[in-house]
Design a protein around this ligand. Structure first.
Ligand SMILES: [Zn+2]
Length: 298
């Protein structure tokens, strides 16, 4: 994996939603109303100067986006697993192809898949009978998605926010299964406080570990004490506060990261997805993060 030090990226979601007129047109013409929100998210990230962007995950939340398209699930408020999980057709591939086309070589693209453990913890199981079997079912099904995306995107990330709530002892099996056969750079995003599991995360077969350092600056003390080979996705702006940090504030956070991690082992991104922020603040946070990185380099 070869990215310049302090490459900027995003975790995933972006606050862009279809325009009402497009939703209306969808009823009349069948034209996908989310094409515009993907375009909006992609253009906003590019104009903020981000090096590796996402499609904005504007279509649905991270659970329903995948659960609704897998075989073996009945969609309820909480999805119900009623049979063997099955990847019937690519779920996010068309959106990634569209994002790639819109990008037109102006940035790199990150593919994102919600992790098998997080999906298992978010669904009601009426088939597998054990959390491990259920999670492995998701990992095997979503490996097909990972392989499909790896032909399109530059880097692939699994989102496992539930790892910071409860870390399963079979985590390495889940990650190696979902990434089986994937040759492009592999990343894992775990938000929340990962201080207690960081030592275990570094043993996983991924090249990038991405965490919230703006909301959890104490994590730097742990990172400084542990040996690891991965590049750290260094969350340096908060995704849960709808006001943007200033460039000097972000620069200060980045410098602390460099002291503990080293700039050659760091990527910069927000703590988590930005979907809950206003578009103006999301854009400003990304822009300020890029400016802080540039002011450090110059
Ligand atoms: Zn997150």
């Amino acid at each position: 994996m070869n990215f310049p030090p302090l490459t900027t990226t995003v975790v995933g979601s972006y606050p862009a939603s279809p325009h009402v007129k497009n939703l209306f047109n969808y009823c009349k013409t069948g034209q996908d109303p989310y094409e515009d929100s993907i375009r909006e998210a992609v253009e906003a990230q590019i104009s903020a100067g981000i090096d590796i962007i996402s499609d904005g995950q504007t279509r649905n939340d991270m659970i329903k986006l995948f659960a609704a398209k897998l075989g073996g699930i009945r969609m309820r408020q909480k999805p119900v697993v009623i049979g063997e999980l099955e990847h019937r057709k690519p779920i996010t591939l068309d959106d990634q192809k569209l994002a790639k086309e819109i990008i037109d070589n102006r940035a790199m693209l990150k593919g994102i898949i919600t992790g098998p453990f997080t999906l298992a913890m978010s669904c009601q199981d009426e088939f597998y009978g054990s959390q491990e079997k259920l999670a492995m079912g998701f990992a095997e099904a979503l490996n097909h998605e990972a392989r499909a995306l790896s032909g399109i995107v530059d880097i692939l990330q699994i989102d496992e926010p539930f790892f910071s709530v409860e870390y399963p002892e079979y985590a390495d099996n889940l990650i190696s299964t979902i990434f089986s056969g994937v040759e492009i750079p592999r990343g894992l995003h775990v938000c929340g406080d990962v201080s207690n599991i960081f030592e275990k995360l570094v043993e996983l077969d991924v090249q990038i570990l991405d965490h919230e350092f703006a909301a959890h600056p104490e994590l730097l003390n742990i990172v400084a004490e542990v040996d690891f080979s991965q590049t750290i996705g260094f969350g340096c702006v908060r995704s849960d506060v709808n006001t943007s940090e200033t460039v000097p504030e972000i620069l200060e956070t980045i410098k602390k990261g460099i002291d503990s991690i080293g700039n050659y082992k760091m990527m910069l991104d927000p703590d988590c997805g930005l979907r809950h922020l206003t578009p103006e603040v999301a854009r400003e946070k990304l822009q300020n993060m890029v400016r802080a990185r540039d002011s450090h380099e110059s």
